[in-house]
Ligand binder design. Structure first.
Ligand SMILES: Nc1ncnc2c1ncn2[C@@H]1O[C@H](COP(=O)(O)OP(=O)(O)OP(=O)(O)O)[C@@H](O)[C@H]1O
Ligand SMILES: [Mg+2]
Length: 268
């Protein structure tokens, strides 16, 4: 069982002592955005974080505190003003294997002129797989998110929650080693959400994937994650890193899980 007293005193992931084993490391990372007619917006400040291979990490924090910015920095889509970000040991500026990194953006970014299946195929097209195999992989990924019947539907024919599941399928279809998910389940009803949690954890465990996901839901963070990172806003700094060592599967109805949810809620 998690020692709750740890939550208030642990400011580093356990792996900070073995950075060589980390899938993702951030060292003193700061990010500012230039603004018109105003001082730059200081979004992230002095972020230090180590995410070991194969771990599931949840990022929590108020709207605008820099969670999506943090994922964009890890994905190499934005660059830090200070500090360094290492992905599988290489600086994001030099990292060469971005196909091993899946990213589900906060907005689903589906292409309106492509069917669900062809949206999921999109990430495979840069590779050398024949078309039939790409389609088979896309079908499999759609089936995993419960959308086998909707492979030929266009995005405008899908509900918001279905679109977010297509985006989840697209982020998984390349079999990434590192998966970045920005509020992947926020549009789902509780039942579908629980199914997607189980599906994600099964895929994660079978592939040993490293997962970093953003959520506003403390319950979801504790049910899924090995570590919960809580950011505080303006500028975004790490307020707390809470290890979660409770056995899986976890449910909010379990007393230890409920207690941890209660403890973390006051910090978010
Ligand atoms: N490309 C950008 N250019 C300028 N400012 C940006 C850019 N991206 C984000 N920001 C600003 O940085 C701050 C943090 O944005 P970010 O999207 O990282 O927040 P967030 O924690 O993901 O919030 P939410 O929970 O609402 O998604 C916001 O004030 C936003 O206006
Ligand atoms: Mg965001």
């Amino acid at each position: 069982m998690t020692d709750l007293s740890d939550i208030h005193h642990t400011h580093r992931l356990p792996s900070a002592r073995q950075p060589a084993s980390a899938a993702i490391s951030l060292r003193r990372v700061s990010k500012r955005y230039a603004r018109r007619n105003d001082a730059p917006l200081h979004v992230l400040d002095g972020i230090d974080l180590d995410i070991p291979h194969g771990q599931v990490v949840a990022v929590l924090g108020a709207s605008g505190c820099g969670k999506s910015t943090l994922l964009n920095l890890i994905a190499g889509l934005a660059h830090p003003d200070e500090g360094a970000i290492l992905v599988e040991g290489a600086s994001t500026a030099a990292y060469a294997d971005w196909r091993a990194v899946g990213y589900l953006f906060q907005d689903d970014r589906l292409l309106p002129w492509r069917t669900a299946r062809d949206n999921v195929c999109f990430g495979l097209e840069a590779g050398s797989l024949p078309r039939a195999e790409r389609r088979a992989s896309a079908r499999e990924a759609l089936a995993a998110v419960g959308l086998a019947e909707f492979e030929s539907a266009y995005p405008h024919e899908l509900s918001g929650g279905m679109r977010s599941r297509v985006a989840l399928a697209r982020s998984l279809v390349n079999q990434p080693r590192i998966l970045l998910l920005d509020e992947p389940f926020s549009k789902l009803d509780p039942g579908t959400r629980a199914q997607m949690h189980a599906e994600l954890l099964a895929i994660q465990a079978s592939r040993g994937m490293t997962v970093v996901f953003v959520t506003h839901d403390v319950e979801e963070a504790i049910v899924l994650a090995d570590q919960v990172v809580i950011l505080q806003p303006r500028p975004g700094r790490i307020r707390e890193i809470a290890p979660v060592t409770l056995a899986r599967p976890r449910s909010p109805s379990m007393p230890e899980v409920a207690e941890l949810i209660r403890q973390l809620r006051v910090l978010v």
